[in-house]
Design a protein around this ligand. Structure first.
Ligand code: ADP
Length: 487
């Protein structure tokens, strides 16, 4: 039963699991409505009408028609998903294409990404303000640069007396949505918006910048990352603006969907298990070995499930693979991304047949099996706003070995002497992200693996930790409420 709500939120995002996903953003957007519902918040999601989204939603009805939304006809469509209301921007000129949400089938960014997501953000502001067929919302919650102009459209096109408050969540500062100055003319914003107080950023249009500047509150997905983005190394040019608005900034760590990610009921596992039946993980390990062409044995099996990018430290991983194998470890990696990294991984697999298995591609079911069958998951990210794979690892007794940064540092308790003695340790942290840092962490992990009492204690402590959305759902709801009361 969905509890009574007294606050309405429009959650505006370019991805939402299970309808469309390229990364952690989708998981968060998919899980948020249920997380905030117990706190009296009715959340409606607003998504672009990609073909997969439109196909997945039955019984759609048209709420509103635009003859021209930044130059193309469009409709706002209402439907239900997961028993909850969902709104979709059906604009075939922008979204009815083969390929991914942001790139063509060759992996090249769509040439008109700026216009596509400006139109999306404009429609979001119209919907939230109650002028596109839906009732006005109390709060517009924008996620990442694709929704970053929504607070700008609210600021410049909606009367202050009826303007919903807005929250801008940064899931990754590395993607900012920057476009050339002449693009401003396409946005149908008043000239006053062209200023450093508005959407202008280094002589162009900064979509994330606009959201950070104009939203009533800024959040990011862990307290650690909220601190880091005040510094140039992590703020990626926006650190000054973030510092100037730090009184509006908070970090709320992502939860995980404990129904989709529950090792006791997970259909993708060869053998479901609990903290009391960890020995059943061996069956999953056999299934991983078979899927990745690895030798069948009980020694330490590492996994990596990731986008293959510099951010994720994959170049460092490639350097360390020989060391990992030299210590008796094996690696099963699932990922997709940079061609040069793929090539380096394939070369490592060719050097170590039966010890290193690589699967290039995106495979949700295989990601679950890896968490249930591998012994440890490596997350050597150079920066990580929150990170989800370490949280799934904790829930699945797949011990996370993580770089000490952002959300990774916030969610994994390093197996140092004190944490081991008190039974608090849930994984291994290391720093810096370098050959030395990662190879030492792997050596330490393998030593712990060969001490079964300590290893079991680490696995069980991770599985007992609460990474459900309970706390974070309550934190978001409290934030929405504070903003509404202040407005
Ligand atoms: P990011 O959003 O930066 O990619 P996160 O750790 O926050 O990183 O989220 C990644 C999400 O995508 C997780 O749910 C992870 O399981 C999933 N994922 C990443 N790569 C793959 C892949 N190749 N196949 C299946 N799932 C993947």
């Amino acid at each position: 039963m969905i509890p009574v709500s007294d606050l309405s939120v429009l959650s505006v995002a370019s991805e939402c699991w299970p309808l469309v996903k390229t990364g952690g953003l989708a998981d968060v957007v998919g899980a948020l409505p249920a997380a905030v519902a117990p706190h009296g918040v009715a959340m409606t999601r607003f998504l672009p009408g990609y073909p997969a989204v439109l196909r997945a939603l039955p019984r759609k009805r048209t709420l509103f028609r635009y003859d021209s939304l930044l130059g193309a006809p469009a409709r706002i469509i209402a439907a239900k998903h997961d028993e909850r209301p969902i709104l979709v921007l059906d604009a075939p000129a922008y979204f009815d294409r083969d390929g991914g949400p942001y790139a063509d089938p060759m992996g090249r960014d769509w040439f008109d990404n700026g216009l596509r997501f400006a139109a999306f953000a404009k429609a979001a502001a119209d919907v939230a303000a109650g002028r596109a067929g839906a009732k006005r919302f109390d709060v517009l919650h924008a996620h990442d640069w694709q929704s970053g102009l929504a607070p700008a459209y609210l600021t410049y096109t909606v009367d202050e007396a009826v303007r919903p408050v807005s929250v801008m969540t940064i899931h990754n500062m590395a993607f900012q949505g920057f476009f050339a100055a002449d693009f401003f003319g396409r946005l149908e914003l008043p000239r006053t918006a062209w200023s450093i107080e508005g959407v202008e950023y280094h002589g162009g249009v900064g979509m994330l910048k606009a959201g950070v500047k104009l939203a009533d509150a800024i959040t990011t997905v862990s307290p650690g990352y909220a601190e880091e983005i005040k510094k140039p190394q992590f703020g990626m040019g926006l650190e000054g603006l973030i510092l100037g608005r730090q009184d509006r900034l908070s970090g709320i760590v992502n939860g995980i969907d404990t129904q989709a990610w529950n090792p006791a009921t997970d259909q993708a596992l060869a053998a479901p298990f609990t903290a009391g039946t960890l020995e059943a993980r061996t069956t999953n390990k056999r299934a991983v070995e078979a899927a990745f062409g690895l030798a069948e044995e009980d020694g330490p099996l590492f996994t990596v499930i990731t986008r293959l990018t510099w951010q994720k430290g994959m170049d460092v991983l490639i350097e360390v693979i020989d060391h990992l194998v030299g210590l008796g470890g094996r690696l099963a990696l699932l990922g997709t991304g940079d061609a040069a990294i793929e090539a380096g991984l394939h070369a490592a697999a060719a050097r170590h047949p039966g010890r290193v298995g690589i699967r290039i591609g995106y495979d949700e079911a295989l990601a679950h099996l890896l968490q249930g069958g591998a012994d440890a998951i490596l997350v050597p990210s150079r920066f990580e706003p929150c990170g989800l794979t370490q949280l799934y690892g904790l829930a699945y007794g797949c011990v996370p070995v993580v770089a000490r940064t952002g959300g990774l540092g916030d969610t994994v308790i390093d197996a140092n002497v004190a944490a081991l003695a008190s039974g608090a340790a849930t994984g291994v942290q290391f720093s810096p992200v370098s050959y030395e840092g990662l190879s030492d962490a792997i050596s330490r992990t393998i030593r712990l693996f060969h001490d079964p009492a300590k290893w079991r204690s680490i696995q069980r402590a991770g599985m007992a930790a609460d990474f459900s959305w309970a706390q974070s759902g309550s934190d978001y709801a409290a934030l929405y409420r504070r903003l509404k009361e202040r407005s």
